[in-house]
Design a protein around this ligand. Sequence first.
Ligand SMILES: Cc1cc2nc3c(=O)[nH]c(=O)nc-3n(C[C@H](O)[C@H](O)[C@H](O)COP(=O)(O)OP(=O)(O)OC[C@H]3O[C@@H](n4cnc5c(N)ncnc54)[C@H](O)[C@@H]3O)c2cc1C
Length: 425
Amino acid sequence: METKHLVVLGAGFGGLTFCQTFNHPDTRITLVDRQNHHLFQPLLYQVATAGLSAPEIAQPVRSILSNKPRVTVLLDSVVDFNLAEKKVALEKNTLSYDYLVLALGGVTSYFGHPEWEEFAPGLKSLDDALRIRRHVLLAFEKAENASGESERGRLMTIVVVGGGPTGVELAGAFAELARRVLKSDFRRIDPTQARIVLIEAGPRVLAHLPPKLSASAQRQLEKLGVEVRTGTKVKNISQGRVELENGQVIEAENILWGAGVSASSLTKKLGAELDRAGRVKVNPDLSLPGHPEVFAIGDMALVLDEEGKPVPGVSPAAMQMAKHVARIIRGELEPGRQSARPPFRYWDKGTMATIGRSAAVAKIGRIEFNGFLAWVAWLFVHLIFLIGFRNRLAVLLQWAYSYVAYKRGARIVTGLSEEAKHTGT
Ligand SMILES: Cc1cc2nc3c(=O)[nH]c(=O)nc-3n(C[C@H](O)[C@H](O)[C@H](O)COP(=O)(O)OP(=O)(O)OC[C@H]3O[C@@H](n4cnc5c(N)ncnc54)[C@H](O)[C@@H]3O)c2cc1C
């Protein structure tokens, strides 16, 4: 049998799981990603809030797949597709394929206001997390140097837009950083007076969870000192300034965007039907309409669950889709096993969000719980799924240390002298 070439685009949860799961002797796989690392996005907020350092939540794709001799990893960017000729254009290469698996994930979406990105960064990559961490830590340093109450107040205000899981996790962790970790480190300012405002346009935070858990999350946030403003719409964002639709203005050195995601903009080049978030409307087997040899999985794919609701953009869904596609392709490469492709079925294993030290909410099946128990469940689930033993051990030790000592290790800010050179200061 001639060797089939499988091209996998994106080494996130979907693409990586595909490469780890798929195994057939008559195939070779080329995996392409523009980053050299696989990123555990669910713990990105911990890097942004100085809880963990970057290597603890990322690992080189090459090293994860070093025991897979049939997989070639290319560090390159996807730029275009020619589905008719079964070709993918990368920045440095052009690849021909027999099967193509698209797993390019999503990007932060500003709901028609791309100009806000400059003033309110989103959290999607390690670079985003490190930039946010640096800017927030420097704001406290500037406040220690500032004269005047109002300037200090502005420097010590963090606004988080969006009450979904990312916004809730960020707001809770920043409140904890200010109130507990930085508490004794400054002399001219009192970090416990930092103002953390969480703005949500809808009536409740964590709207994907039952109302009881949303209410519990809000209570737990408020206990940490977060100002939670639900039913509040943002009208405009500019440098250090958030204007609300009710006419109020919040001056803040740090404004963070946790409100929306949309699919990779490359989906527009596929010629397929997309939904409002730019996701590709795939067939029930996850293939592209008219292209049975092309599959889209993870955050860039729109597929409905058994109740007719879109499968959520979460890592277990991306991993399950990858395994489904791997089974289909493997089946088709077996001589005499050309049966009809089964539809994808999403198995919802539950959902959880953490709010801070010992605080979280979780829903697993019909069971809903919150507080310490939910936090322990969150901790173990995230440790189990974190890729690589070294990372798991490092993260466990780091969490144990922060928990016992109320200290955080990842608070070093670098690059200040470089910045001074550029600004001439
Ligand atoms: C801050 C944050 C917190 C989250 N928390 C949770 C959580 O607690 N639980 C949960 O289940 N899910 C969570 N998610 C969602 C989860 O991370 C995604 O659902 C999951 O990563 C989707 O997997 P994917 O393979 O579709 O895309 P991704 O994992 O995003 O992977 C896409 C890959 O494609 C690469 N890529 C993109 N464009 C190009 C290009 N042009 N060329 C080459 N490579 C490219 C990227 O570098 C990336 O490696 C979170 C997401 C974020 C951002």
